[in-house]
Design a binder for this molecule. Structure first.
Ligand code: ZN
Ligand code: ZN
Length: 266
């Protein structure tokens, strides 16, 4: 299997290292390709660590210049990790004209509550508990069902390529358990979501990011979720969701043989 990573953060968003530092580390580690995926919430957003219009163009120019500079050593791709917020940002080619990304990862990091407020999925266990209490009447099940409903809507509706960490709600569940992954309602959500993913033809990433950040010892999606996806013929790519050069291949050894991974752009 060729070594590649298409989920890579840098100083263009909330990553620690510049794209060039990451490229040099990837060459050193024997990668054949690396794709950058800055956080993005176009068409508009108020956060200073995601791409905004204008900044998005400079980002693409830098990545493309680096792709030329290192073309004899590694293939470099320019992508985005685009958020889906109902009524706001969406992971769709139409919104990313400025970047003309080689690929788009679609991710849900904020769940829209019935009253329109947003609950952040992955900031901290405390922040999440506060959000569920304030906007989902304290019901973890309602919150998680809303998360998966939003995932399914995103997957079915928009023009993007890779589904980012499709069960991100598990992030805190090992260190700070807040629901039972064996509950019937949870299994139901996984099956419904796996069906929508299979029908979409989109690729799912096996994302080792929670391992490098010490939250989980398994990837997203969980092993049972991966089984459901595999049974339905869904294709996987292996991604590290790295926020530093050294984490670019975190836990790749333990997952490299676990799925029949596809290589993008081959
Ligand atoms: Zn993400
Ligand atoms: Zn990411």
């Amino acid at each position: 299997m060729k070594k590649t990573n298409f989920h890579t953060h840098t100083t263009w968003c909330d990553g620690k290292d510049t794209p060039e530092t990451v490229i040099l580390a990837a060459i050193e580690k024997g990668f054949s390709a690396i794709g950058f995926s800055s956080h993005a919430m176009l068409p508009e957003n108020e956060l200073d660590w995601v791409l905004v219009p204008g900044k998005a163009r400079s980002y693409a120019e830098e990545i493309r210049a680096l792709a030329g500079k290192y073309s004899d050593k590694i293939r470099v791709y320019c992508g985005v990790e685009a958020d889906y917020i109902p009524g706001g940002a969406c992971p769709d080619r139409a919104f990313y004209e400025e970047v003309k990304p080689d690929y788009i990862i679609g991710s849900v990091h904020y769940v829209k509550a019935p009253d329109g407020n947003l609950v952040a999925v992955d900031i901290s266990p405390e922040n999440l508990a506060d959000g569920i209490r304030a906007y989902f009447e304290g019901s973890v099940e309602s919150y998680i069902r809303a998360y998966f409903a939003q995932e399914r809507e995103m997957i079915a509706k928009f023009d993007f390529d890779i589904i980012g960490h499709p069960d991100l709600v598990r992030k805190f569940n090992a260190k700070s358990p807040y629901f039972n992954e064996n509950d019937v309602w949870y299994a139901e959500e996984l099956v419904k979501t796996a069906d929508v993913i299979a029908a979409s033809g989109k690729i799912v990433e096996v994302n080792t990011g929670a391992i490098s950040r010490g939250w989980l010892d398994d990837a997203y999606p969980s092993r049972p979720f991966r089984d459901l996806l595999r049974e339905r013929g869904v294709k996987f790519v292996l991604n590290s969701d790295s926020h530093s050069a050294e984490a670019v291949d975190c836990a790749f050894d333990s997952f490299a043989k676990s799925e029949n991974f596809v290589t993008l752009f081959d």
